[in-house]
Design a protein around this ligand. Structure first.
Ligand SMILES: [Zn+2]
Length: 70
């Protein structure tokens, strides 16, 4: 029973670390580390959401992500 608990805890820790890393990549500029500005454009007619992010400090980090709302 205790072994099973340890196993679950390890999984949770890995997941938590991955989530933090992903969040950091999304929210921080890869060039200067400043927080990126995000803007969302929702197009409910076509069920998509366009997400753009830009760095206010150096102008880098431009990216567009299309989310499909479903
Ligand atoms: Zn930057």
């Amino acid at each position: 029973m205790s072994f099973e608990n340890d196993f679950k805890f390890e999984n949770y820790t890995d997941y938590f670390g991955d989530t933090l890393e992903v969040k950091k990549q999304i929210t921080e500029c890869k060039t200067c580390g400043a927080k990126l500005i995000h803007s969302h454009l929702s197009d409910y007619k076509n069920l998509i959401m366009q997400e753009t992010s830009r760095c206010p400090e150096c102008g880098a980090g431009n990216k567009k992500i299309i989310h499909i709302i479903n």
